[in-house]
Write a protein that binds this ligand. Structure first.
Ligand code: APR
Ligand code: PHB
Length: 393
């Protein structure tokens, strides 16, 4: 068996693991990433694409912001649609000038991968049977198989950035971790197409046929979502059926302006709220989707992953530079305070915008009243806007 050594072993080369690796590298902390999939597979996953200003700042700090600034779209507002009408939420006016950046997670991941390759930090792709050991003692590490060869990696700390289905959270003894979970009784059917977006801003719509979201990746690439029953398969939805259903859920002006075209990708994602507590177990830290999931309404997933990585990179860098344990000891509490607030917002926005199958009429009426309140009260709109652009660190 081959043995490798590093300071921080990162499990998972999604946005959390890659961003952590880049920030540690910049501070001179050695790190190695093990990833179960190939790089191309990781880049094939299509996910949300709205970055808070704090995430943009962190990507800049990591030195990977150039393409994002050149190609990303700065958005100063979005539209809430219900009862066939759109209402503008002016994020910048309501938040003292803040905005969000529309730039796909796939592109963030690509920029991070390229930056990592350029500085020559090691990533072991296609690593199977990853097993963690020793994180409750002083010599943690992992064993895995790469190209048929068994490899042992010894390290000081392990960062579990391996997503919801990863090995890191699963390696923690059941009595040391508490999980909280809510699964929503509907999914999102997403479609990506090389067509101009229907509006220059994102549209979040509530409709009696179900929620819809009109988003984008660029001036020529759109991303649309429809609320669908969990029993549906993507193959049940031809492109024609998708476009027809989307039109039915839009206001007349948007339905008329919608440009359709062949789908580049179509898939159904379930919606879940999930938090694991705490997020540190001795020398193992969880970060990103390994520790928490939000439903995508509001696009908080990647932003929360970035805030975990910010706290974790600061804690580890401070520890190596100053022998301080403060950041390490406070990591979990600092992350969770921000996570629960974003969980609350994502759950609220999801509940407000979707309708449940066989929903009692009173619930639909209450949601409509709440939507009317949100668009007519400066206080309610400000609360929505400050959460959407991202709460302070
Ligand atoms: N060993 C090694 N790698 C693994 C293992 C394992 N046992 N299990 C999973 N992985 C890898 C996955 O293949 C994936 O590339 O860990 C990576 C985790 O990446 P993500 O799931 O993208 O999670 P994260 O980096 O935390 O990103 C959070 O992704 O789902 C969105 O909303 C979420 O935008 C947020 C972001
Ligand atoms: C997306 O563009 O994929 C997207 C945007 C906003 C969301 C969710 C997803 O709230």
């Amino acid at each position: 068996m081959k043995t490798l050594r590093t300071q921080v072993l990162i499990v998972g080369a999604g946005p959390s693991g890659l961003l952590l690796g880049q920030l540690l590298h910049k501070a001179g902390v050695a790190n190695l990433i093990v990833e179960r999939q190939t790089g191309d597979y990781v880049l094939g996953r299509i996910r949300a694409g709205v970055l808070e200003q704090t995430t943009v700042d962190l990507l800049d700090e990591a030195g990977v912001g150039a393409r994002m600034h050149a190609e990303g779209l700065e958005h100063h507002g979005f539209e809430l649609m219900f009862d066939g009408q759109r209402h503008h939420i002016d994020l910048s006016r309501l938040t003292g000038g803040k905005s969000v950046m529309v730039y796909g997670q796939t592109e963030v991941t690509r920029d991070l991968m390229e930056a990592r390759a350029a500085v020559g930090e090691q990533t072991l792709y296609s690593a199977s049977d990853v097993e963690l050991f020793g994180f409750d003692g002083d010599i943690p590490g992992a064993r895995c198989t790469v190209n048929g060869e068994r490899i042992e990696i010894l390290c000081d700390y392990i960062a579990g950035c391996d997503g919801y289905h990863g090995v890191s959270r699963a390696s923690v003894p059941a009595d040391a971790i508490k999980t909280h979970e809510k699964v929503y009784p509907f999914g999102w059917l997403g479609l990506l197409s090389d067509t101009p977006p229907v509006s220059h801003e994102l549209i979040y719509g509530r409709h009696e046929r179900g929620f819809t979201l009109c988003s984008m990746r660029s001036a020529t690439r759109s991303r649309y979502y429809l609320q669908v029953p969990l029993t549906d398969q993507a193959s049940d939805w031809s492109d024609e059926r998708f476009w027809h259903e989307l039109r039915l859920r839009l206001d007349p002006a948007a339905a008329a302006a919608l440009v359709t075209g062949p789908s580049l990708e179509k898939s159904i994602a379930p919606l879940r709220s999930f938090v694991a507590e705490p997020m540190r177990f001795g020398r193992l830290f969880l970060a990103g989707d390994a520790a928490h999931i939000v439903p995508p309404t509001g696009a908080k997933g990647l932003n929360l992953a970035a805030s975990d990585v910010r706290y974790l990179s600061q804690a580890l860098i401070e520890h190596y530079r100053e022998q301080s344990r403060a950041g390490i000891d406070h990591y979990s509490a600092r992350c969770l305070s921000r996570i629960w607030k974003a969980e609350r917002f994502s759950w609220w926005f999801t509940s407000l915008m979707h309708n449940l199958p066989h929903e009692p009429e009173i619930d639909a009426k209450l949601h409509r009243a709440e939507l009317e309140y949100v668009v007519s009260s400066e206080a309610a709109m400000t609360s929505m806007a400050e959460n959407y652009v991202g709460l302070p660190w």
